[in-house]
Design a protein around this ligand. Structure first.
Ligand code: CU
Length: 498
């Protein structure tokens, strides 16, 4: 991890204290090639780390990615997981704590752990090139402080590995804001094929060849695609999965959660899927959305929420008396995941039961506003950035600004700038776009500020603009969180330059 002190590093050292003052007129509106402008400014990264809150407490954890047999509640599969569970073990810390997570790579290929949504130091982001991958048999300790409370998760940033069992929830608490709830339920959603259907690699190879037999509606489920109520404006996904999981369990053998009637339960919902958006509801209950991608919003009541891959929603419910399925319907596909909330006597409906709340009111980013204390500064941005999204099923070549990642030209920004990043989707597919190291503020369709997020759904042929503040120097991945689109090229970087 020792980086040579570059000329840029030297300039950074001389500029400490000058904020975003520009020493060199480089790349004010242009882009830099992927091979240039990517020397990370170690001093700026260290200075940003020093500005984060620090409790002086270190939370240690161990992760062992490996090939292992896992019981999904009936089907037992050999897959890749952290330890021997799917999801992997929860990591939890307070704001300002340092995480020291030792990763021992028992896979037969390189891996990394990306800390999705956490505005951490660039050289611990777990995505190459900012953080080198961990070779097979190798070991590395990620060490960083966590600046913001919220619901996060972690997964590899290597190939298709998140479409195996390599993911875990990461929760950061703020002891000064305990939250008005009695119990907490972490709900991790996933789409599953490894060990029961084709492997993710076989699916990917088929998609690249133009073989559409793995697609929804092609492999026997003929009523996909035109399914009424698909909120994603076209094809909902590229892959039809044998199973959809909540907390690693199939619907026939669901994970459970118990509480007392009348308790307020905070449900932290994480979509760890690779190609599936989930519409989520708790039967017999209204929910109140309190957080998007970790950050608080002005609370909004709803019957259901929709999560693209990588997104998180926290909701509050006041629970009734009985047994209630929490159902995550695979949007635009045939299938669902579920878990059971038990607060009293009763029996669970069968695994295919679909709560009416799924078709009730559904809050989207256009209905949500960040809480006042996490609003980003408003006003004219210093710089405009653009990410045009393109690709199609025939070529299965997915691009940002006309280039796949191997040929990408990074977007550039200077520390201290406020940027408006506009995603323009020129394709017939939706894309959940994710930026590392930052939580941006989504602009709603009417142009007003919406929620803080790090992953935002961009519907086919539509645009979404987000505002961000360049306060976390380094080189950051910007990509579609559909694992297959990402691997097929839909990724670029946002590089800090001077
Ligand atoms: Cu995509």
């Amino acid at each position: 991890m020792n980086r040579p002190i570059t000329r840029r590093g030297f300039l950074a050292a001389s500029a400490v204290g000058l904020g975003g003052f520009a020493l060199a007129a480089c790349g004010s509106s242009g882009t830099s090639g992927s091979g240039s402008g990517s020397a990370i400014d170690g001093q700026a990264v260290a200075a940003a780390e020093a500005r984060r809150p620090h409790t002086g407490r270190t939370i240690t954890a161990d992760l062992v990615p490996q090939s292992v047999e896992v019981d999904l509640g009936g089907p037992t599969v050999r897959t890749l997981a952290y330890g021997d569970t799917v999801p992997g073990p929860l990591i939890r810390a307070n704001v300002g704590d340092e995480l020291a997570v030792r990763v021992t790579n028992r896979l037969d290929h390189p891996t990394s752990v990306h800390w999705h949504g956490i505005a951490l130091r660039n050289d611990m982001d777990g995505a190459a090139p900012a953080t080198p991958d961990i070779g097979a048999g190798g070991e590395f300790t990620y060490r960083f402080s966590v600046p913001d409370a919220g619901t996060y998760w972690a997964h590899p940033h290597v190939g298709l590995d998140t479409d195996y069992g390599l993911y875990l929830p990461v929760i950061v608490d703020d002891p000064r804001e305990p939250g008005d709830y009695d119990a907490e339920w972490i709900v991790v959603l996933d789409d599953w094929t490894d060990g029961v259907g084709k492997s993710p690699q076989q699916i990917y190879d088929g998609l690249r060849r133009g073989d559409m037999s793995s697609m929804p509606g092609m492999g026997g489920n003929m009523n996909h695609g035109g399914e009424a109520g698909n909120l994603l404006g076209g094809d909902a996904g590229d892959v039809d999965y044998p199973y959809y999981l909540v907390n690693g369990r199939i619907p026939a053998a669901p994970a459970g959660f118990t509480a007392e009637p009348g308790q307020r339960v905070r449900i932290r919902i994480i979509n760890a899927g690779a190609d599936t958006a989930f519409r989520v509801a708790l039967a017999g209950h209204q929910m109140t959305v309190t957080h998007t991608d970790g950050f608080p919003v002005v609370p909004v009541p709803t019957d259901a929420v929709l999560l693209g891959m990588g997104e998180r929603y926290d909701v509050l419910v006041t629970v009734g008396d009985g047994v209630f399925p929490l159902v995550a319907s695979a949007e635009g596909k045939n299938g669902q995941a579920r878990a059971l909330l038990t607060t009293g006597a009763g029996s669970a409906p069968d695994a295919a039961f679909r709560p009416s709340e799924l078709d009730g009111r559904l809050v989207t980013v256009d209905d949500v506003v960040a809480a006042p204390d996490v609003m980003l500064p408003q006003g004219k941005p210093d710089v405009q950035l653009r990410a045009d999204l393109a690709g199609d099923m025939m070529s299965y070549n997915w691009t940002i600004n006309g280039r796949d990642y191997d040929h990408t030209r990074s977007l550039t920004i200077r520390e201290g700038q406020r940027a408006r990043l506009t995603f323009r989707n020129r394709s017939m597919m939706w894309h959940p776009m994710h930026l590392h190291g930052h939580t941006f503020q989504v602009l709603r369709a009417d142009g007003t500020p919406g929620p803080r997020k790090d992953t935002v759904i961009v519907l086919p042929m539509r645009s979404v603009a987000v505002d961000l503040v360049a306060d976390n120097p380094g080189d950051w991945m910007l990509h579609c969180h559909n694992a297959y689109h990402q691997d097929a090229g839909m990724m670029t970087r946002l590089d800090y330059v001077r």
